[in-house]
Design a protein around this ligand. Structure first.
Ligand SMILES: Nc1ncnc2c1ncn2[C@@H]1O[C@H](COP(=O)(O)OP(=O)(O)OP(=O)(O)O)[C@@H](O)[C@H]1O
Ligand SMILES: [Mg+2]
Length: 355
């Protein structure tokens, strides 16, 4: 073998460990799961839904395919969202979902055990941490690290989390709203409330039931929220046609609702989120409050896309509020940045789960 091809072989061999490593960062969310692969960026973005056979609990479909089945399954199938309020509610199904997603991004090369960073709510308990750890291990991962969601979101947005200045992030997901003030690589003050997008959907369902005697499913209610939902009066109020089941006559019916009505339907969860932000601000040390007055609040997570929520929060706190560019990806992009630059961000990781 010539000297040239030998050196080429040597180079190929020495790059093998990194090629095989496939380290990944996961935002295991109540509504959506995203996976970032080191050196490649976001490689998976799917709803956190699993369809199982009712009797055997065998997994039939995961992700987008399973979400289509939510609320539409025949008796022998069940479409499940295995996470609730940001944490694992159905252990077995979460584990299966995680395994399927990981296998998908590793192209079913089962022999590769990636090391992994998972973003979890900042208020996670030890028991909940263990559930995440066990799920990841059974799904074939080694070397697990956890990162608090708002910290990952802040890094994903590009805030200087390692600096000696206060950064405030409000991440509104499906199950939890994470509010945190971050400085010097750590969380100084935080609130993790279990009110977010799902509670808004529930608000719309209850409103239509009470005011129109109409039953709608969660998917319809989410669509109404995204299309005409708001947290602050709109310049031009909107209207929408909604189909559901009349609770008195028991037959399908179509009605028109307007954005002012849906704002009323959303008022309880929105108020809870605003109160959470106020409480966090009250508990923030004065030096950091001064930084926040200067730098404002950044909103991330899908809930940040609710129309007028930035305006409402800004009015109620007298602070500047901005919505991140791609709010649904901030958490996984931040966790991915920690994978890419482990030395820079070593201090932001949570304690490894015990046991
Ligand atoms: N345009 C929109 N307007 C209002 N809400 C939206 C919009 N787009 C997405 N959402 C909501 O955002 C939520 C999903 O956001 P995200 O993916 O950040 O949550 P998650 O990370 O899965 O949940 P969590 O962090 O609570 O575990 C859903 O409740 C969805 O309805
Ligand atoms: Mg989230």
């Amino acid at each position: 073998m010539s000297a040239l091809s030998l050196s080429r072989w040597y180079r190929a061999l020495s790059s093998l460990p990194t090629m095989m490593a496939n380290d990944i960062a996961i935002d295991l969310g109540t509504a959506n799961t995203l996976i970032y692969m080191k050196g490649r960026g976001i490689v998976l973005n799917e709803p956190s839904v699993v369809a199982v056979e009712a009797r055997s609990r065998k997994c039939i479909a995961v992700g987008s395919e399973a979400k289509l089945m939510l609320g539409r399954t025949p008796a022998d199938l069940e479409a499940i969202r295995p996470l609730k309020d940001g944490v694992i509610a159905d252990f077995q199904v979460s584990e299966e979902m995680l395994r399927q997603f990981i296998l998908k991004v590793l192209h079913h090369r089962r022999f590769i055990k990636p090391s992994i960073i998972i973003a979890v709510p900042s208020g996670i308990t030890e028991v909940e941490k263990r559930a995440v750890k066990d799920s990841a291990e059974h799904a074939g991962c080694r070397d697990l690290h956890l990162i608090a969601e708002p910290v990952a979101a802040a890094i994903g947005v590009g805030l200087p989390v390692n600096a000696a200045c206060g950064n405030m992030v409000v991440d509104i997901g499906g199950g939890t709203t994470e509010i945190a003030v971050i400085a010097l690589s750590g969380i100084v003050t935080q609130q993790s409330i279990r009110v977010a997008g799902d509670e808004m959907d529930e608000g719309v369902i209850q409103y239509l039931r009470k005011n129109y005697n109409m039953a709608i499913g969660q998917q319809t209610s989410e669509l109404i929220k995204m299309t005409i939902g708001s947290a602050y009066p709109l310049k031009e109020e909107k209207e929408m046609e909604i189909s559901g089941r009349d609770l008195v006559a028991g037959i399908p019916r179509t009605i028109r609702v307007n954005s002012a009505e849906i704002r009323e339907a959303l008022s309880e969860p929105i108020t809870a989120i605003v109160e959470g932000v106020r409480r966090t601000l009250e508990r923030t040390p004065p030096e950091l409050s001064a930084d926040i007055v200067e730098r404002g609040i950044v909103m991330t997570g899908g809930g940040a896309l609710l129309k007028g929520l930035d305006m409402r929060l800004s009015k109620e706190t007298s602070l500047t509020v901005t919505v991140a560019d791609d709010p649904l990806s901030c958490v996984v992009l931040g966790a991915g940045k920690v994978l890419e630059e482990p030395e820079e961000y070593a201090k932001v990781l949570m304690d490894p789960p015990r046991g």
